[in-house]
Ligand binder design. Structure first.
Ligand code: BGC
Ligand code: IFM
Length: 811
């Protein structure tokens, strides 16, 4: 069952009912100002940091769900309604929500009055613009009142939810003309404020929630709206809001456009501190002036459209499969940019108050956006690297505003260092910019300890070399990619909380997954050393990688698949000998991607085992059989009910690893089958089961052991976006950036047909035509570059050349 459809032409997903299984959201913003917006106008806005600079209030766990946002109430006679239906939920004669690239549109009709709302954040100004157009579709004049509504958050979203004894006395506002200013905490020289304005004279306003809604009412029945009159309240403490009242008379066919602006302002540092409790409005007034007229706003919207057009033009495929085209060209890349902007901070499943930027997460996200924003990717890599310790380990998370490592979480996730090599190699292959290796980068966020970035990569690599366990496999530390597999956790008694730090001496847990990572990214490191002229380090790296390869074959192979790990007492995890959790997806994916066991015939066996034991119609599960009870030696993984999250859920994040693995051994048809199972566009018609947005990926889908098998959770902010894009663009379609230029090596189903790709790469445009007359799944016979035939599959990079016409002959 579907609740909408894709409009590929406009690059929008069109939702045709407000009753989607869950709120289906979109993100507005591309620099510093962001808004989350659902298909019924719920959501909130923040500046840079969803915890510290939250502009509007949102209540997770609220009832009804998703019932706070930027709302417009239309009152015509006794009928009160909202264009997106919430919060009054008055049934509409027509409803539509279109989520597009950086904007959302709502269309509602009630009693022959139409309301069209366009919400977007311009590319270069920290504000959200809402353009509301009301049109009288009837044959007689209409008299109506419009009421806007936003509820301010008192900036720090955690404090806002907890510290009521203080907060209920600090709220302050100012009203000037049609602008309502929120200036709570301005007295403390916080020097920031926000405003909600409209480009027309108003007939009334309210800034106190209790006056506008009524003390015992929700925003579904505001008293002021019911009475048809704002009260002119000026908030003093309690709950500051902003509501404008605009009375309108519309002749038949007449329409009126209103431009609302929610802006964030900081005064220039040099502005003298004068009257501390009166805000200086220079910045705000400039913003209001900038977006006052229809033409100005139209231009800002066009600029936003161009911004996205430009970004998405860097990769464009035209194949015979419309799902592939729409995901690769629009939604998958869009989601990659959202993970670049938001990391894991604010979604409908992440409150925006918890995690900062994850070391591991951000490095993986980069794999999906490095081709879109290479300069910003460079900066991101250097920020991440600065949170590394001198021994190569790293803060697991850092704070986006201060860029300081998070002390509460600390370090000890032993996969982290290697992800930095993953990110760096992706950047180097995309850009060829080896100068990044010379950048001086702090250790432990301390610039006095700065070393060239190359040193960071070297220490990342050495961290694994110097942290090996009894089987010569990497020590897992607190956990590797699987956060919940806590093999060094100890608790003396059942029921006692486990601690995720094990003893510092004695046998400690090892990870076959990290071994696979080490071989894969170690090889990248070796190549980087060679290209950077560090021959000695390259040779040493090769020896360490060869040794690890052997250690995996000797101690990391279980007979039919790769073992997952050894626990703190050297017991096997992910082995046929285990009672539960006999096979895990992660080492199968990473060891095969690293090429381990390919020539020995083990890779094929491991992938066959995945198909046999982990695959379901909705995707591949993390492990099987699911843990049915809590295991002291495993930790959080066994705390989840079977089928959920890491306990045998389907993590969309690592399904692509298996798909990429399949392409390593040339099985294009199986690789594509795996791709399709979790691909949003392919599963759009089971939206009633899947439940999350059908245009983007979710982190997890319930596995076969869960009562709700097939149901997804945690949409948007997941490494799935990056990995599926890498899988589709590089492994399946085969467009692979390499140190020496663009490589083309597709691995596709035999009946996939010919296709073209336009790829912008290192300042040039590549027009690629992939021809597969013999219907092979993999293999490139030769290339024709600008009419010249060459063997192999690398298009050599020529400095200064702006366009390449290439035919890739598969066979
Ligand atoms: C979740 C993991 C997540 C971790 C870190 C756990 O509870 O199951 O998926 O990575 O928390 O926040
Ligand atoms: O690898 C982690 C990631 O860092 C956060 N989400 C869950 C994944 C698996 O545990």
């Amino acid at each position: 069952m579907k609740f909408g459809f894709f409009d590929d032409e406009k690059k929008e997903y069109v939702i045709t009912t407000p009753d989607t299984p869950l709120p289906w959201i979109n993100y507005l913003g591309s620099q510093d100002f962001f808004s989350l917006i659902s298909n019924t106008c719920g959501g909130y806005s923040f500046y840079k940091d969803a915890k510290l600079l939250r502009l509007t209030r949102y209540r997770y766990n609220n009832l009804p769900a998703d019932s706070n946002g930027k709302y417009y109430y239309i009152k015509e006679g006794d009928v009160i309604w909202n264009p997106g239906t919430m919060p009054t939920r008055t049934p509409l004669d027509e409803y539509q929500c279109r989520h597009g690239l950086g904007y959302s549109r709502f269309h509602g009709i009630k009693n022959q009055l139409s309301a069209d709302l366009l919400a977007f954040v311009p590319v270069d100004t920290p504000c959200e613009i809402n353009v509301l157009t009301l049109k009288n579709q009837s044959a007689s004049a209409k008299k109506l009142s419009l009421f806007s509504y936003v509820e301010f958050c008192l900036w720090n979203a955690v404090d806002d939810m907890t510290n009521f004894q203080r907060n209920l006395s600090i709220g302050e506002v100012e009203i000037q003309g049609s602008a309502i200013y929120h200036k709570t905490e301005y007295r403390e020289r916080r020097n920031h404020y926000s405003f909600f304005s409209v480009n027309t004279p108003i007939d009334g306003f309210d800034t106190s929630r209790d006056e506008f809604l009524g003390v015992r009412r929700g925003n579904d029945r505001p008293l002021a709206v019911e009475q048809g009159k704002c009260t002119g309240s000026v908030a003093s403490g309690w709950y500051p809001i902003a509501s404008h009242q605009i009375d309108l008379v519309l002749a038949p066919g007449e329409e009126k456009e209103l431009i609302f602006l929610l802006g964030y302002c900081e005064n220039p540092q040099e502005e003298k501190w004068e009257a501390p409790n009166v805000i200086r409005k220079t910045t705000a007034l400039a913003m209001q002036e900038k977006y006052h007229t229809s033409a100005q706003v139209k231009k800002a919207f066009q600029d936003l459209n161009h911004y996205w057009e430009d970004l998405l033009s860097r990769f464009f495929v035209n194949s015979q499969d419309p799902h592939v085209n729409r995901m690769a060209n629009i939604w998958n890349q869009y989601q990659c940019m959202v993970t670049f902007n938001l990391s894991r901070s604010a979604s409908y499943y992440e409150s925006g108050t918890g995690r900062g930027m994850g070391f591991r997460d951000s490095c993986q996200d980069l794999l999906g956006f490095v081709h879109l924003v290479p300069e910003r990717a460079r900066e991101r890599i250097l920020d991440i690297a600065a949170t590394q310790f001198e021994d190569g380990s790293a803060y697991h998370q850092y704070q986006p505003l201060t860029k300081k490592g998070n002390l509460d979480i600390g370090s000890g996730f032993n996969d982290d260092p290697l992800w930095l090599i993953a990110a760096a190699s992706a950047y180097l292959k995309e850009t060829g910019d080896f100068s990044i290796l010379d950048e001086m980068v702090a250790f432990d966020c301390d610039t006095s300890k700065a070393q060239p970035f190359f040193q960071h990569l070297l220490r990342s690599f050495h961290y694994t070399c110097t942290h090996l366990g009894p089987h010569k496999l990497p020590l897992i530390g607190r956990a590797d990619w699987n956060d919940c597999l806590n093999l060094n956790c100890f608790s003396s008694e059942p029921g006692e909380p486990f601690q995720t730090t094990g003893p510092s001496e004695g046998p400690v847990a090892e990870s076959v997954f990290i071994a696979g990572m080490f071989v894969k990214y170690g090889r990248e490191f070796q190549t980087i050393c060679e290209k950077y002229g560090h021959t000695e380090e390259a040779l040493q790296a090769k020896d360490a990688i060869d040794a690890m390869y052997q250690a995996v074959l000797t101690s990391g192979w279980d007979g039919d698949w790769f073992l997952r790990a050894y626990d703190a007492t050297s017991q096997k995890i992910g082995s046929h000998e285990c009672e539960e959790g006999q096979i895990f997806i992660e080492p199968q994916g990473f060891c095969v991607m690293a090429g381990i066991g390919v020539k020995e015939g083990l890779a094929e066996k491991a992938l066959d085992s995945v198909k046999e034991r982990l695959d379901t119609k909705y995707g591949i599960m993390v492990q099987q059989p699911a843990y049915t009870r809590y295991y002291l030696n495993l930790g959080e993984i066994s705390s989840y009910p079977p089928g959920y999250k890491e306990n045998a859920g389907i993590f969309c994040h690592n399904n692509p690893w298996i798909s990429i693995g399949e392409t390593m051994i040339g099985r294009g048809s199986r690789a594509f089958q795996i791709y399709k199972k979790t691909c949003p566009s392919y599963i759009e018609n089971i939206s009633q089961i899947h439940r999350t947005e059908p245009y983007i990926y979710s982190q997890m889908i319930a596995g076969k052991d869960a009562p709700r098998h097939g149901e997804a959770k945690n949409s948007w902010l997941t490494g799935t976006a990056a990995w599926t894009f890498v899988n589709l663009s590089q492994a399946i379609l085969g467009i692979q950036p390499s140190y020496d230029g663009l490589c083309v090596d597709p691995c596709i189903p035999a009946d996939f047909g010919d296709f073209t790709v336009t790829r912008r790469f290192r300042g040039a445009v590549y027009h690629l035509f992939i021809s597969n007359p013999d219907h092979v799944e993999k293999g490139v016979k030769y290339l024709e570059i600008d009419g010249k035939q060459i063997s192999g599959n690398l298009i050599p990079f020529e400095e200064g050349k702006k366009e390449y016409q290439v035919t890739i002959h598969m066979g």
